[in-house]
Design a protein around this ligand. Structure first.
Ligand code: NDP
Ligand code: OXD
Length: 310
């Protein structure tokens, strides 16, 4: 087989090529710029491929996202309609997201941004916060990552609400679905965590109306995608005090531009899309296994639905 690799970051591309070559010695792994005959390429492993690049490989059997999200593939307007798209998930990725969500939920809950600001001013500010059982946390998206994060948040004592497209049953989590479910969840939560995939339905979901429907003074954690948020509306809600704090891992434009107001906003914590990046060694093993399975069976349990977009 010939497997082509296309990543935005040349170092990451190099790394994936080397690691896959090691794990798949019987196959040929080529970087995007090293393809001699586009007709010979069987699989493509990608992060944010250039528009039309996938379509330029006429005999491709499937395209593999090196990540859990696949919005970066469906964003390609030239993507052939029937192209199988396979995502990469694993325990490593789930564990990392669980850690990120717990870290920042606890940080918001215990008002660490205010404690840190007080330290910068040499103020001995003994902020007393309610115990976890008196706080409500909402997780938007109850898939591979959201369900695990919701279980972990519930396990440390928060009242935990969850929202998804279809109604779920998760121990310790009050699950909701649909438009009405969303209003109920965001209206009750002190901390809202976004772990939705970016699709036509979820793009721009977190806009002025959404933010106004949140509990006054609530906080927001975004580890889904930047495209879920109307950034100007979020800034306005923070400036007005409707939201007390936002921790943002993902942005409409990444890397976050130098002149973004998020960098220096006193009520914003920026993390550089690191909530959960699969460990590259583990990732390459999973990708190699998924490609072999697809080659042998013509299917993959990790194939996503083009119609749903996730
Ligand atoms: P999954 O596909 O496993 O789960 C998605 C969840 O979102 C499901 O519960 C689904 O509902 C729900 N959902 C989808 N569309 C809607 C909608 N319109 N209304 C309500 N609920 C909806 O995804 P993962 O948990 O694996 O990942 C989620 C996202 O996290 C990724 O797509 C990616 O964008 C982001 N991510 C971010 C990372 C980071 O480092 N910041 C790392 C990895 C992922 P249902 O269950 O009914 O289908
Ligand atoms: C992912 C990501 O989707 O890293 O896995 O954002």
């Amino acid at each position: 087989m010939i497997i082509a690799v296309s990543m935005l970051n040349p170092e990451a591309q190099d790394w994936w090529c080397k690691e896959l070559s090691r794990l798949m010695p019987e196959d040929t792994i080529v970087p995007r710029d090293g393809i001699e005959n586009p007709e010979s390429v069987d699989y493509a492993l990608v992060w944010r491929p250039a528009t039309g690049w996938i379509a330029s490989l006429p005999n491709l059997r499937a395209v593999i996202s090196c990540a859990a999200g696949v919005d970066h593939i469906f964003a390609d307007s030239a993507l052939p309609a029937d192209m199988p798209v396979i995502r990469t998930i694993g325990d490593d990725l789930t564990q990392r997201m669980k850690e990120y969500v717990l870290l920042h939920v606890l940080r918001h809950h215990r008002r660490m941004p205010d404690i840190c600001a007080a330290q910068r001013n040499r103020e001995w500010n003994q902020i007393v916060t309610p115990v976890a059982s008196e706080r409500t946390v909402a997780i938007l998206g109850l898939g591979n990552l959201g369900a695990t994060a919701a279980g972990a948040v519930s396990a440390i004592g928060f009242r935990t609400l969850g929202w998804s497209r279809s109604l779920k049953r998760i121990g310790g989590v009050e699950c909701h679905a649909g438009e009405e479910g969303l209003r109920a969840v965001i209206g009750a939560a002190d901390i809202v965590v976004n772990l939705l995939p970016l699709t036509d339905e979820t793009r721009g979901l977190i806009d002025a109306a959404f933010l106004a429907a949140m509990k006054p003074g609530a906080s927001f954690i975004n580890a889904g995608r930047g495209g879920h948020v109307v950034e100007a509306d979020l800034l306005a809600a923070l400036d007005a005090g409707q939201l007390s704090h936002a921790t943002l891992d993902v942005f409409e434009t990444e890397p976050l531009p130098d002149d973004s107001p998020f960098w220096s906003h006193p009520s914003v914590t920026v993390t550089p899309h690191i909530a959960s990046m699969i460990d590259p060694m583990t990732g390459a093993r999973i990708v190699a296994r998924n490609i072999r399975e697809h080659r042998d069976t013509g299917r993959s349990p990790f194939e996503v639905s083009a119609e749903r977009g996730y």
